[in-house]
Design a protein around this ligand. Structure first.
Ligand code: MTE
Ligand code: MO
Length: 166
């Protein structure tokens, strides 16, 4: 009698376990991290969200001279999503001319689509391997390569939260 009860209990527990596993593997992974950048305007999807996973997946790195946190003559390594790669991801409309970076303080910083394609202008997320913090313009700030001389240090947009194709 006791043995039968044990077998029934064990079977019930195993059943619960199997159902639990099936439920988990069947569920689509809908979780995604908090949005870092909202891309909008003249793009194929209407709105395109970049979270940390998108940065991890699409990031590139290179040497930049940071006019605000850099030391004289010394480059830092910025890592993030190049505007040219963002263009590939979001497919702007053929009549889009400008990429506008909008910051938490409401200021907008415009880059021409041509410059975004020709230069390694980056939505930087890391500086020397460390995520950018608010005091250094993070979580995401715009970084221009030395070659893009038409852009001044004042145009290094800090605290970028959205990108609009216009
Ligand atoms: N979002 C945003 N980014 C910005 C600015 C700003 O006002 N807003 N000012 C620029 C200028 S003029 C400077 S000096 C640096 C640092 O600005 P802060 O010292 O006012 O923080 O950020 C640059 N990027
Ligand atoms: Mo400034």
């Amino acid at each position: 009698m006791k043995k039968i009860l044990f077998v029934v209990l064990a079977a019930a527990m195993l059943g619960t376990l199997l159902v639990g596993c099936a439920g988990q593997s069947g569920a689509a992974p809908t979780t995604s991290g908090p949005t870092l950048i909202t891309v909008k305007g003249k793009i194929a999807a209407g709105t395109y969200l970049l979270d940390q996973a998108a940065f991890d997946k699409n990031a590139k790195e290179g040497p930049y001279f940071d006019p605000w946190t850099g030391k004289a003559g010394k480059d830092v390594t910025f890592k993030g999503i190049m505007l040219k790669d963002l263009i590939t991801l979001v497919k702007p409309a053929s009549d889009a001319k400008t990429v506008s970076m909008i910051a938490t303080d409401g200021k907008a910083f415009d880059v021409s689509l041509a410059d975004a394609q020709n230069f390694n202008i980056m939505l930087a997320r890391w500086i020397d391997g460390t995520p950018l913090e608010e005091k250094t313009g993070g979580p995401v700030k715009l970084a221009y390569p030395k070659e893009a001389t038409q852009y001044t240090p004042e145009q290094w947009a800090w605290w970028v939260v959205s990108v609009e194709f216009k």
